[in-house]
Ligand binder design. Sequence first.
Ligand SMILES: C[S@@+](CC[C@H](N)C(=O)[O-])C[C@H]1O[C@@H](n2cnc3c(N)ncnc32)[C@H](O)[C@@H]1O
Length: 359
Amino acid sequence: MPGADHAMTALAAVLKQRIDATGPISIADYMTECLMHPTHGYYTTRDPFGKTGDFVTAPEISQMFGEVLGLAIAQSWIDQGAPKPFYLVELGPGRGTCMADILRATKNVPGFHDAASVQLVEASPTLRKIQSDTISHPATHHDRIEDIPEGPIFLIANEFLDALPIRQFQSSGDHWHERMIGVKDGAFVFGLSKPIDILAHRKGNTTDGDIVEVSPAAAAIASRIGARIAKDKGVAIFIDYGDWRSLGDTLQALRSHQPEDIFANPGKADLTAHVDFEALNKAAHPALTSPMIPQGVLLERLGITARAQALAKVLSGETLEAHIAAHRRLTHPEEMGTLFKALAIYPPDLPAPPGFESL
Ligand SMILES: C[S@@+](CC[C@H](N)C(=O)[O-])C[C@H]1O[C@@H](n2cnc3c(N)ncnc32)[C@H](O)[C@@H]1O
């Protein structure tokens, strides 16, 4: 594997030892260790955001992202009868920028802040600290969504699901084989498991050799949230890159804004996979789900251009140019506008949140 053995990361050594001792591991195990290993994991050990980090997310590109989504969440809260108290939840809040923007944009919505209890689901101790520093409102951290007490949840998750572990299955005849990770001549290699009888519903829409990705963790989260929202009300907005119905290998590693081999630097590169929005839609039942809306369309519907024009009035020179570029980056089809999609989960018999109507 190019580049892998010259400077083997500490985590590569740990994983190779484990595979030597107990046999091949699933891609889900590899992702979990790479991202969340307590001492060598990517998220557990660093702040990966920004120009000097490995990637830039939408809330880090512009405050407008969190602002317009915050107002959509507040409108949804009003449409549902302004339940009090309620939980304002973010899954995987990164630096806390999106939640800070949501709170600032909604501060004049009557009763919203008084009723809101901010709950953050975050696995990384490093990022938890940064979030507490960024968000001025009192906030409670949790390891898992199940730890948030019963009650209505108004939730946002941007680029959270793509960090959850996936399993990959390759089609052959009537069966599927799971793609597993082993070690050969000291390097990580892919192999295939024995045939497994699963994914019967994908046989009609795949051919031999096709790869299908499944994220049991993402489906479990959508299912828990769907059950909660159907029972206690609320709304959940997921934004991520991905598409309707998984097909093909989308697992990728990113380091210093460059893609690299997923085996090159385990624990030092970000690992992500595209989100399967059809799987979320299925898992969220009995709650309702909106159509899958491209990020650019959603932000335009929520008024990002009017907000951009208002902010532009007080800007000039390089700051104005950066602001215009940020608006384009978030919305343009050739940038994040089409690649990223959004899906909302909401209660039966209540309206979809603003922006999530059918296309
Ligand atoms: C790509 S970052 C996105 C951050 C932020 N939402 C943004 O848009 O800037 C993924 C976030 O999810 C967190 N995360 C990843 N896997 C997690 C898990 N299994 N449980 C809780 N948090 C997780 C990471 O630590 C990080 O905060």
